[in-house]
Ligand binder design. Structure first.
Ligand code: SF4
Ligand code: SF4
Length: 298
């Protein structure tokens, strides 16, 4: 089982691909039903390659009672989402297998908080951003893998109803801003160059380490630069959903220079001034060390 929200394999399937090359909209129908009675029950969870979104990480870490960093360390593996090395996370599988770590003999062990990819299956979703538009458009495809017998079940539903039944809507809403950042970064190609390591570090924290991002927002350095109303700031410190959506705004500002968050007047100049002073102090310290070294050598 795999589903990538803008996987080229979904956009441009090969002839042997399980993707049915018919673009579907929300009111189109498809035939499929997965339930405990199918002979293949859980077969799809034994061969997984699941990309995790920020909201997947939030739901799962809360479910498991872990901090963001504990969740990342125990349950994910990092991968590079593009040629620049943009960091992504995939779900870890059971040692030496492709089987999902959360699969139990009774079925999914985290069912109520399973990732968006599991909810979508046997659909694929792909997104496109039309040229000159800030908004992304979504399309859907049926993914027909030979082992999946759900396609033979006599249930026909619209994509809209399936999404609702699977609880996908909240996942898409919470991940929308993040997806826009990833898509914009990918579609801008090599023209913007490789973002700095610091930008990628910020992207990683803002995407997957929500506890770390909250600590960053609460820090004196952040509050010195960004001009958020007091009530918004307080909300970010306790509301995970608000913080997740704010993180996407922050990434748009950090990556693309979009003016999504107000900055305090002179804040950047003051920060630069402090950086200059720090560097000058370091240089003075280095010069002092050099002189001492020379003196000691005489
Ligand atoms: S019907 Fe398909 S989705 Fe459902 S358990 Fe079987 S393989 Fe998995
Ligand atoms: S999280 Fe649950 S539904 Fe998703 S692959 Fe794992 S066991 Fe299957």
């Amino acid at each position: 089982m795999s589903q990538d929200f803008d996987d080229p394999a979904i956009r441009d399937p090969k002839p042997e691909s399980p993707i049915v090359p018919v673009k579907l909209g929300l009111d189109d129908t498809f035939q499929f039903h997965c339930h405990r009675g199918v002979a293949c029950f859980n077969a799809c969870c034994k061969n997984v390659d699941i990309l995790l979104t920020p909201y997947d990480c939030l739901r799962l870490k809360k479910r498991l009672g872990l901090s963001s960093r504990e969740f990342i360390a125990r349950h994910t593996v990092m991968f590079e989402m593009d040629a620049h090395g943009m960091p992504g996370l995939k779900m870890k599988t059971k040692e030496g297998t492709a089987e999902c770590q959360f699969l139990t003999p009774e079925g999914c062990g985290v069912y109520e908080d399973r990732p968006a990819a599991c909810r979508y299956y046997a659909l694929g979703a792909t997104t496109m951003r039309p040229k000159d538009s800030p908004h992304i458009e979504e399309f859907y495809f049926v993914v027909k893998e030979p082992h999946c017998l759900g396609h033979h079940e006599p249930k026909i539903q619209t994509i809209r109803d399936y999404r609702r039944e699977q609880g996908i809507e909240i996942y898409d809403e919470m991940n929308r801003g993040w997806r826009e950042v990833v898509l914009k970064k990918r579609s801008s190609g090599p023209s913007i160059g490789r973002p700095s390591d610091r930008s990628f570090d910020l992207f990683f924290v803002a995407s997957y380490d929500l506890d770390g991002f909250r600590a960053f927002v609460a820090s004196a350095g952040f509050q010195e630069v960004y001009d958020l109303p007091q009530d918004e700031m307080e909300t970010l410190l306790y509301d995970d959903h608000a913080l997740l959506q704010f993180a996407a705004r922050f990434m748009k500002q950090a990556f693309f220079g979009e003016k999504t968050i107000p900055v305090k007047p002179d804040a950047l100049e003051r920060r630069l001034q402090r950086k200059r002073e720090r560097l000058a102090k370091q240089r003075r310290g280095q010069a002092q060390t050099d002189i001492t070294g020379q003196t000691g050598g005489e």
